[in-house]
Unconditional design. Structure first.
Length: 668
């Protein structure tokens, strides 16, 4: 009897077929397909929904204790070398399949409302399906080479979606930035994959881990070379999951439509890097230095994202830097040798972060009714406020997301984040302290976002503020939207509020599958580790760390309540006046973008100009000189080609006389 895992190859294939079908239709019958919005939406929703259904069956089988399933075929062979391809289903893949298909399905429903009036509606849905298919293919890949193929497809789709509104300069530049930064990481990943194949003769995850261990023990591969290969492979996840210093593309990716921001930040692109590190844990765990490096990078990323989020006034960018910070927590867990904790936070974070981003899209969609479609105005929290009464569903779900990400029990974020902090405390106490402080910062900036957006008085009619923001961006007011009134703000339609309500449920409840004394999630991913953790669980160790974590998060929330709700103060303005250098440092994002601009962007342009000059003056000069010499010699020699034998004999005679004279002079 066939199991659901035997049909898992359909999970990435169904969205791919839907995307190819609609894509070919757009190429062949553009006007017809652009007018057929509902049939297109139903087709692609059905394909992703079917993938989600199979994913749930696969997850149910893994929960019931069925062994992993692997189906391979020989894709290429040469002599004794064989390269298998196919798919693998194990607990890690089953969890990710269910997560990605669920978020993708809900984002597609949401997009039906959010993109309803966009002329690129059909193209957007096609990109979404292709993006989902690429991520699903990456998840079920049985080896590093196949993962790399889908890894690049995910990158291509992100480029298309971030730059979806390519007629906007910001979107075009953001797509290019995401593409270039990820190429840096992907180049390192490719070098690492090839190096590991050289060292082990395998692309298989377990084969690489075992082969490299044997090679190091046998002395055929130096320890420094093995560590270097691991670091090169980690460069891929560094870029994909926005780790310092390759995190700079992710906040700019907010230029894309909000549904894709939710999908990238919750379950696809940034999740791919964390997933790959978890897949390669048997390899990385052999080298303590690699684990320490991953933990340090994760901690720096965690603190960096939170500190920059403190000063953001753009609602989506505030959430983007929040994602950077939470991804840092996940990498901290991986570096501490706790991939289960990292994956658990990835799952919980996907639920409440998708809800928060979709909630921000609902707010922006409403704000556009007042301030127009200029993102600078529609996304700036200085023009929001008082939206809770007009948008109750969006406000309630956003509030739930803020509590969850702040780590307040019993919501999901508490259980996953507290587990990571506990692992960090046991492994690297200094890194735990930084993560501990960041937890308080997270609570503060998230409730700062909430109060500025949903509480107080509505500020969207402030024409002076609108003109000031536009002037800062070098733009002018769109006259078309000057007569809009605040009455136009209303709750979003059901395609946008339904996903918010659905995601609110796991944001509250899903954390209970990972309680440390009886973690169902840990039992699924690593049964032996879960049993050991349950046997060694101590309330005396758990409660002090949990109480400390909740206390600092509560302190951050209370500070936000006091300043932004009770006193109606803008703490950012007060602190910027008192500590202008620190405020400038954070507002300029630690000057990392400026450093990249000066060293890499301007540096590469300068190098390109110099290379162009060398090409024009030296290479072209040599080529042109060769051509001129050939042309000149040809022009001169043509007068010697008379066709008369007597003339040729005279030339030969003259040559002989010249040679005799030359040898005579030399002999003398």
């Amino acid at each position: 009897m066939h199991s659901a895992a035997d049909f898992a190859w359909l999970i990435p294939l169904l969205p791919l077929c839907g995307a190819v079908l609609i894509g070919l239709g757009l190429i062949s019958f553009n006007d017809l397909f652009n007018r057929s919005r509902k049939p297109v939406a139903i087709t692609l929703l059905t394909s992703v929904g079917a993938s989600a259904f199979i994913s749930y069956l696969v997850l149910a089988e893994q929960l019931s204790g069925k062994p992993p399933v692997e189906h391979l075929f020989i894709w290429a062979s040469a002599g004794s070398f064989e390269l298998p391809m196919g798919y693998v289903i194990d607990p890690l893949a089953a969890v990710m399949l269910a997560l990605v298909t669920t978020i993708a399905f809900l984002v597609m429903i949401y997009s039906h409302g959010y993109m309803a009036h966009d002329p690129g509606y059909v193209r957007f849905f096609t990109y979404l399906a292709l993006f989902s298919s690429s991520m699903l293919g990456l998840i079920v890949s049985p080896n590093l080479l196949e993962i790399y193929v889908f890894w690049e497809l995910v990158g291509m789709c992100s480029y298309l979606l971030v730059g979806f509104w390519y007629d906007r300069d910001g979107a075009a530049h953001a797509a290019q930035k995401a593409f270039v930064v990820n190429r840096v990481g992907d180049f390192g990943l490719l070098l690492g994959i090839l190096g590991l194949f050289w060292a082990t003769g395998s692309f298989d995850f377990h084969g690489i881990a075992e082969g490299l261990s044997e090679s190091v023990n046998a002395g055929t591969v130096p320890i420094w070379a093995a560590v270097t290969l691991c670091i090169l492979v980690f460069m891929g996840p560094m870029a994909k999951s926005a780790q310092f210093p390759l995190h700079v593309w992710l906040p700019d990716a907010m230029e894309g439509p909000t549904p894709i921001s939710a999908l990238i930040h919750a379950a696809t692109m940034v999740a791919a890097g964390v997933f790959l590190v978890a897949r390669l844990d048997p390899l990385f765990s052999q080298f303590p230095f690699v684990g320490l490096l991953i933990a340090i990078i994760g901690t720096v990323t965690c603190f960096l994202g939170a500190s920059i989020a403190l000063t953001q006034m753009d609602l989506k960018k505030g959430l983007a830097y929040s994602t950077v910070s939470q991804l840092g927590y996940m990498m901290l867990a991986m570096g501490c040798g706790a991939p289960v904790a990292g994956m658990f936070h990835l799952v919980t974070h996907a639920c409440f972060k998708a809800m928060l981003f979709l909630g921000s899209g609902s707010v922006i969609h409403a704000m556009e009714e007042v301030v127009g479609h200029e993102p600078i105005l529609a996304q700036d929290m200085r023009l929001m406020g008082g939206l809770r009464k007009k948008m109750p569903i969006t406000a309630i779900t956003f509030f739930i997301g803020c509590i969850a990400i702040s780590g307040i029990p019993p919501l999901a974020g508490f259980w996953s984040k507290d587990e990571i902090l506990g692992q960090a405390f046991n492994s690297f106490p200094i890194l735990w302290f930084i993560g501990f402080v960041t937890a308080g910062m997270t609570a503060f900036y998230m409730f700062r976002l909430y109060f500025l957006t949903f509480e107080g008085d509505f500020r969207g009619e402030n024409q002076e503020m609108q003109l000031s923001l536009l002037a800062q961006a070098g733009k002018e007011k769109d006259e078309e939207h000057e007569d809009h009134e605040t009455g136009h703000i209303h709750e979003s339609a059901w395609p946008m509020t339904f996903p918010l309500a659905v995601l609110a449920i796991p944001s509250v409840l899903i954390g209970f599958i990972g309680v440390p004394w009886n973690s169902i999630f840990a039992k699924l991913l690593d049964h032996n580790e879960a049993i050991e953790a349950a046997e060694n669980f101590s309330w005396g160790e758990f409660l002090p760390l949990a109480i400390a974590s909740v206390s600092i998060s509560s302190l951050g929330i209370l500070l936000a309540v006091y300043t932004y709700y009770l006193k109606k103060l803008d703490l950012g303005v007060s602190l910027s006046n008192k500590y202008p250098k620190i405020n400038l440092f954070l507002k300029n994002k630690w000057y990392l973008d400026d450093i990249n601009e000066k060293i890499f962007v301007r540096g590469s342009r300068k190098l390109a100009k110099e290379v162009l000059e060398v090409d024009a003056k030296v290479v072209d000069g040599v080529v042109n000189l060769t051509g001129l010499l050939t042309l000149g010699s040809g022009e001169g020699l043509k007068y010697l080609e008379t066709g008369r034998a007597q003339f040729y004999a005279l030339i030969v005679f003259g040559g002989v006389i010249a040679l005799v004279a030359l040898f005579g002079v030399v002999g003398a």
